[in-house]
Design a binder for this molecule. Structure first.
Ligand code: NDP
Length: 392
């Protein structure tokens, strides 16, 4: 049995991970589950999976969960609180696999803790790699951790890499990486109509069912921008060797273009349970619960170039990657503030890139040589972005 710590178990990735684990009950034992606010869902998960620990950052919510768990028979899960507890459970010796599925930079320290304790780290929390790319990749390397991408595009790239490939290395013979992008819900909506789109419209992704933050990121294409940065660190490739290709059907999840003219792609139905099952079972394979791909139903695969004018977030992300240092952390923090403001109806959709650009312009890019520097850049940018928000 492999011990699993699932950080962010109540979210979209968390639920899909538990679906896959439910199908493969004899292979995994859940050591820890964590949530932020949704203690009702966490309670149900504790009753079903009986983890040793459940973690909620807020002390009062943890107390409520603890009391509810005490009333339930045959479940002696220990409830921990505080952000430190997320790191504690990610480091436990009985944990073999850490699934990092917290959303945003809030997942950074627990993801880093898993890498530092040499775990098999299944990374959904792309923001942690964007914010601290070099630091996280060094922690993986220095501590013998295994980093496997859960993001469907990066998982696809990983599957298309040569035999024996390890993340963090430049693969032999690769000319470039091609990240596919659905284009999100506004691919065919005119730029002039985007100013007044609603939260519901932005979160109604055509192919994927996801949490709110990544749904908005997909609608602005910042998600693809963050993924370009993520790919650069995971596969040691510079920005100019990572292309984005719009593929509205989301059947091809990404492609590796080799020097000899071969292009390897990974295909499948758009369901996160496939990359999750792949990474959980790696280097073996097991059931994911995803139906087989039907080529007759999916007989139209189309491709187009992304529009950097309509989706300026994509350009901002490439610029941040090229600027290096704390630039990606600054981009990410400004984006988190902007997306939250859009979700709470304080900012219009088309103002998201404007707010991010303004915040980036006045932020100082430093060398990202320590976690403190990165956290400082994150905090400073949030303050700047919050201040600018008032002028929109
Ligand atoms: P969700 O919003 O659905 O879930 C986020 C999880 O993180 C929840 O368990 C939430 O708890 C928890 N959480 C939120 N804030 C905090 C915090 N401050 N401290 C501790 N825990 C917190 O997000 P997704 O599952 O959609 O995405 C998770 C990550 O995976 C993101 O980084 C996203 O970019 C990435 N990803 C997601 C994909 C998808 O299909 N959803 C695809 C590829 C990558 P609670 O429920 O209590 O709020």
């Amino acid at each position: 049995m492999k011990g699993v710590c699932l950080l962010g178990s109540t979210g979209s990735i968390g639920l899909s991970t538990l679906d896959v684990i439910r199908l493969n009950k004899n292979t995994y034992s859940i050591v820890a589950l964590t949530a932020n606010k949704n203690i009702e869902r966490l309670l149900e998960q504790c009753i079903e999976f009986k983890p040793v620990y459940a973690v909620v950052p807020d002390h009062d919510l943890a107390e409520i969960l603890s009391n509810k768990l005490r009333l339930s028979v045959a479940c002696d899960t220990r409830v921990l609180s505080g952000m430190d507890a997320l790191e504690f459970v990610a480091e436990l010796p009985e944990v073999d696999i850490v699934v990092a599925a917290i959303v945003g930079a809030a997942g950074l320290l627990s993801t880093l803790a898993a890498a530092k304790s040499g775990k098999t780290l299944l990374l959904a929390n792309k923001e942690s790699l964007v914010v601290s790319g070099d630091l996280l990749m060094s922690a993986v390397k220095e501590n013998g951790a295994t980093l496997l991408p859960l993001d469907s595009e990066h998982n696809a790239l990983f599957q298309c890499m040569p035999d024996g490939y390890k993340t963090g290395q430049r693969a032999n013979g690769v000319r470039k990486l091609i990240l596919t992008a659905s284009g999100g819900p506004f691919l065919n909506v005119a730029l002039s109509k985007l100013a007044n789109v609603t939260v519901e419209q932005a979160c109604a992704h055509p192919n994927w069912s996801m949490g709110h933050k990544i749904s908005v990121d997909s609608a602005t294409m910042m998600n693809k921008g963050l993924e370009v940065i993520e790919a650069s660190y995971l596969f040691d490739m510079p920005a100019d060797l990572i292309d984005v290709l719009v593929h509205p059907q989301s059947i091809i999840h990404s492609l590796v273009d080799y020097l000899d003219g071969s292009v390897l792609a990974q295909l499948g139905n758009p369901d996160m349970k496939t990359p999750i099952a792949h990474a959980l079972a790696w280097p073996k394979r097991h059931e994911s619960g995803v139906s087989p791909l039907d080529f007759i139903i999916n007989n139209q695969l189309s491709f187009e170039e992304p529009s950097f004018d309509k989706f300026p977030c994509l350009r901002l992300a490439y610029d941040a990657l090229n600027a290096k240092g704390t630039a990606p952390a600054i981009l990410n923090a400004a984006n988190e503030v902007a997306v939250e403001a859009f979700l709470t109806k304080k900012l219009r959709f088309t103002d998201i890139p404007k707010l991010i650009e303004k915040a980036i312009k006045v932020s100082t890019i430093r060398c990202a040589d320590s976690i403190d520097t990165v956290l400082k850049a994150d905090a400073e940018t949030r303050e700047i972005a919050e201040k600018y928000l008032e002028s929109f």
